[in-house]
Design a protein around this ligand. Structure first.
Ligand code: NAD
Ligand code: UGA
Length: 461
């Protein structure tokens, strides 16, 4: 097979955008088209003002500015992009189904199937189709069926190449990937993809497997990572009852090289678009294959995460004399983690919702999230009418202004700037007693107590 000269990627989201930017940067001889049905998103990817890019990631704007309109192009011309490319990545969203069979559990594959059908219809020559989206194991066989039905006299090769980047560190994760995983059957197609990654990664980090192992490895990796967070969060509840300190416990166990220090940070609960979705999907698959015990085992990771979010909100209400009705509670942070503008499944949404049920007045500040996004997140829960959400959730642009006359401050995201705030100034402007609920254990609690705050943190009594 000749070297790939043109790549197209369908889906210009949190994965498609950064992944293709890095691929283009490291393969200047390859033209890469990133296409999406969302015109507004494409307009923003093409914006002259790099602050407007639809995805915020440290280092992304710099790379985009180097390659955009040189060998990286963003457009809505999907058919043209399919026609032009020898290799096509499918990087569309695969959310949890909200209807029908598998509702609330299975991955909704309608966007992936639409892409496959469109590729099958438009293609006029051999194509390598790469599953970049996270998919249930054996999805590749459905995609192959769609191609086979076209009965065209050229080849479609399907590869699985799941993405392991984490938001907030996407560029670093892509540039210095621990590994790249490629699953497939066609040796030439696999080699074509290996060639692209080996432009910047040593070959020993490029793992090749059969296609089903590749698809399942992605779900397994996310399940294991989320399981560690739920495990440490389970222990945080016990710490709060016993006087043990969860950060000390995490440090003590993390030095065991068999356990390791990463993903042991207790928190208000994990968020993000993937952990919950992928574990629910795994649970659904296990039940489908009659593996009830395996399904129950993994489902517990989600239940523990829900418990942690509810527990945090309840602790706030209890500490504030069992009522937050009419009280001003300031949220520092709304994104699901620092250094991203993504809020999908953020713990902040669920904690806010619970407090709003108690008639609290939430004032939210986040350096990268706007009010529209926050309201959309809440309306997605369908707990109350939109007017009520607007009444109970206010948006703040200045963290000090926000704190004025507040009863409490809750840290929902671990943004670095929160650590360096003038907490004395914040305390002076608040109602007393002034509460701080540190859902990320990032603040200096001793110092806050010296100032006069009532401090409550995760896994600390
Ligand atoms: P996203 O929602 O940010 O982006 C998906 C994009 O696909 C959207 O812009 C949407 O408009 C577009 N799209 C949907 N259907 C389309 C179609 N038929 N034609 C053209 N465009 C279409 O999603 P994401 O976060 O980038 O995730 C994409 C996939 O990657 C998911 O399967 C996810 O599980 C997986 N993943 C995500 C991350 C992450 O950190 N976000 C990491 C690893 C893997
Ligand atoms: C996660 C995985 O880390 C990626 O490898 C994977 O590619 C991605 O999901 C995906 O498939 O979408 P991401 O969700 O972007 O990445 O971010 P993480 O760093 O994993 O954080 C997820 C959530 O867990 C965040 O809310 C974070 O605050 C929380 N977290 C993380 C903790 O509460 N404690 C920790 O120790 C680590």
């Amino acid at each position: 097979m000749n070297k790939v000269k043109t790549i197209s990627c369908i889906g210009a989201g949190y994965v498609g955008g950064p992944t293709m930017a890095v691929m283009a940067y490291k393969n200047p001889h390859i033209k890469i088209n990133v296409v999406d049905i969302n015109e507004e998103k494409i307009r923003l990817w093409n914006s002259d003002n790099l602050d407007d890019l639809p995805v915020y990631e440290p280092g992304l704007a710099e790379i985009v500015s180097k390659v955009r309109n040189k060998n990286l192009f963003f457009s809505t011309q999907i058919e043209k992009a399919i026609d032009e490319a020898e290799m096509i990545f499918i990087s569309v969203n695969t959310p949890t189904k909200t209807y029908g069979i598998g509702k609330g559990m299975a991955a909704d594959l309608k966007y992936v199937e639409l892409c496959a059908r469109q590729i099958a219809e438009v293609a006029k020559a051999d194509k390598i189709v790469v599953e970049k989206s996270t998919l249930p194991v054996r999805t590749a066989s459905s995609i192959k069926r769609i191609f086979a039905e076209q009965k065209k006299d050229f080849n479609f090769s399907v590869l699985s190449n799941p993405e392991f980047l984490a938001e907030g560190t996407a560029i670093k994760d892509l540039l210095e990937a621990d590994r790249v995983l490629i699953g497939g059957e066609n040796g030439e197609a696999i080699q074509a993809l290996v060639d692209i990654y080996s432009a910047w990664l040593p070959e020993e980090r490029i793992i090749t497997t059969n296609i089903w192992s590749s698809e399942l490895s992605k779900l397994t990796a996310n399940a294991f990572l989320a399981q560690r967070i739920s495990s440490i969060n389970a222990m945080s509840a016990l710490c709060e009852k016993t006087g043990a300190d969860i950060d000390q416990v995490a440090r003590a166990i993390g030095t065991d090289s068999r356990i390791g220090p990463k993903f042991l940070k207790a928190s208000v609960g994990f968020g993000g678009s993937c952990f919950q979705k992928d574990i629910l999907n795994l649970v659904y698959l296990c039940r489908h294959f009659g593996l009830e015990e395996v399904a129950d085992y993994w489902e517990q990771v989600i239940k523990m995460n829900d418990y942690q979010k509810h527990r945090f909100a309840e602790k706030m209400v209890n500490a504030m004399f069992n009522t937050v009705n009419g009280k001003k509670i300031v949220f520092y942070g709304w994104a699901f983690k620092k250094d991203t503008n993504d809020t999908r499944e953020s713990a902040a949404i669920y904690v806010a919702d619970k407090l709003m049920d108690e008639q609290a007045h939430i004032h939210a500040y986040d350096p990268k999230v706007n009010y529209e996004r926050m309201l959309e997140d809440l309306s997605g829960l369908r707990t109350r009418v939109e007017e009520k959400n607007t009444e109970l959730l206010k948006f703040e642009t200045d963290p000090y202004e926000a704190a004025k006359d507040a009863h409490a401050i809750a840290i929902l995201t671990e943004w670095d700037e929160f650590i360096t705030y003038d907490w004395q100034k914040i305390y002076d402007s608040m109602k007393k007693p002034a509460f701080v609920f540190d859902g990320r254990n990032i603040l200096d609690h001793g110092k806050l107590r010296d100032i006069g705050f009532e401090v409550s943190a995760i896994g600390k009594s």
